[in-house]
Design a protein around this ligand. Structure first.
Ligand SMILES: Cc1cc2nc3c(=O)[nH]c(=O)nc-3n(C[C@H](O)[C@H](O)[C@H](O)COP(=O)(O)O)c2cc1C
Length: 210
């Protein structure tokens, strides 16, 4: 399936078929490995994934997501998190770039400092960088899953606090999306795709909205 077709076919699934498919731990890890090919700010790869396949754990996540049926009926649900301390890895990444000849050794301290200060400028920036990283990974994951014939639904309607508590997420990790994976229901109809805004309504050229 080419990328355009995956984009066209990728419709968030409103109803999954309970027990429709089994997604093995290995298959999900392969999917995540593919998603981790997504680009990230300075290659910091500020994403983490909690894989929820066990029905009892899905029931707990279902409560955290205001009892949305999707969560208990999907074959698996991933909690895609952003790392608000992605810059902790900056020294390692800069060292790799120096080795690859992409950053001159003499510039390494300045480059490291630049990346650190981008995160440390404010709590808001740390959250934004984490959310952007998670968004890049989740988008790649959803497209890859579509290409593999796995239905997905990205979800943001959940209680951050409840997810944190139930899945033992330290403060530094921000749960950004749930991505439900599985097989679409064979008995319940999926809603009609919403019409998309015309491009003219969503684009500003050159000067922004003014
Ligand atoms: C960022 C994001 C968050 C979403 N959150 C939820 C959600 O919490 N629950 C849900 O049922 N669907 C969720 N969806 C699915 C949307 O409701 C769906 O994309 C929308 O209905 C458009 O569907 P269509 O592409 O079939 O027109 C989410 C989608 C996105 C992209």
């Amino acid at each position: 399936m080419d990328v355009e077709e995956a984009l066209r076919r990728n419709r968030p699934t409103a109803w999954f078929e309970p027990d429709g498919i089994t997604l093995s731990r290995e298959m999900i890890e392969e999917l995540i490995a593919g998603a981790c090919q997504a680009p990230s700010d300075f290659d910091l790869q500020p994403w983490r994934f909690v894989v929820v396949r066990d029905q009892e754990r899905k029931e707990i996540l279902h409560q955290c997501a205001y009892r949305q049926v999707i969560v208990r009926e999907a074959a698996a649900v991933l909690i895609v998190c952003g790392d608000t301390r992605g810059h902790d890895r900056v020294a390692e990444i800069v060292a790799e770039k120096v080795e690859q000849g992409l950053v001159p050794a003499a510039d390494a301290p300045r480059v490291e400092e630049g990346v650190r200060s981008a995160y440390e400028v404010s709590d808001r920036n740390r959250l934004l960088l984490a959310a952007r990283g998670a968004a890049a990974a989740a988008t790649a994951l959803v497209l890859l899953a579509t290409g593999w014939g796995i239905a997905t639904t990205p979800m943001v309607t959940f209680s951050e606090d409840a997810v944190r508590r139930a899945f033992h997420l330290p403060d530094r990790f921000l749960p950004v999306f749930l991505v439900a994976l599985g097989m679409p229901s064979t008995s319940r109809p999926q809603p009609v795709r919403a019409a998309r805004c015309p491009v003219a309504r969503v684009v500003w050229h050159e000067d922004g909205p003014g």
